[in-house]
Design a protein around this ligand. Sequence first.
Ligand code: NAD
Length: 281
Amino acid sequence: MTIGIIGSGAMGAGIAQVVAVAGHEVFLLDQSAAALKKATTGIATALRKLAEKGKMPTEAAEAAIIRVRPTSDMQDFAGCGLVLEAIVEELSVKQQVFKQVEMVVSADCILASNTSSLSIASIAAACQRPERFIGIHFFNPAPLMALVEVIPAVQTREGLAEEMRALVQSWGKLPVLCKDTPGFIVNRVARPFYGEAIRLLEEGMADMATIDWAMTELGGFRMGPFALMDFIGHDVNYRVTESVFTAFFFDPRFKPSFTQKRLFEAGYYGRKSGRGFYSYA
Ligand code: NAD
């Protein structure tokens, strides 16, 4: 099956790598030529590194690299069996993109979103055939993180969630079925992790490095909350927090912080922009 991926940023590039290694032909589409170039170069570098380390045969790495075809033309999706979107976390933009996708793909092509926080039902609602729509939510970095949330919407046809669960498993991932509730499982549990860490900082209880150290060295987390937010990107992470807060009818448990909002407004997105809570210059 050929897979179309829209958005070649952190997530789209990682997902393209995963499905190409699993043997699928991939059309990777982005509106930014620079993002596409960065993604294809990054995938090639990552796979060649794996081959050098003996983690996959060189021929398999080279074959997977060739299977990822960058494009700016959605017509290339005409023969796809699955189109998965990983673009900016904004409902109207995602809805618009799927309207365009449906004009190109066949009636039985499955449509999926990698959204972290928007309701799958609300994106599906913009589609002519919402019954073929589903959430397939990877974690960052997609090639390394085993967990994938599979989220049927109320409109999703019976059986599709199970089909996608099996497909995701065939990619070597560990899928978990979730209900279509804000943040699904992981991003809901993660909101207080980030939010309380920022509140601790704002209250002057401890500095960022100490909180990160406590959570990694003592708490057993792989990354502390500030390093992790910088890694995810404040553009993505702040929007997800705002979206979960709104979706829970402004429940104060999920309230965003001004500290992170200011980073977002300033364009201090974290690692990707060279500055976030920490500086990466
Ligand atoms: P990103 O900013 O790294 O990449 C988004 C890409 O989409 C960019 O290259 C941009 O040029 C492209 N794009 C935007 N609008 C487009 C359009 N209309 N058509 C074509 N391309 C378009 O973002 P990301 O971190 O990869 O996140 C993408 C999605 O995945 C979001 O919905 C986010 O919530 C979700 N997500 C992010 C993470 C994470 O940790 N970053 C984890 C899981 C899910």
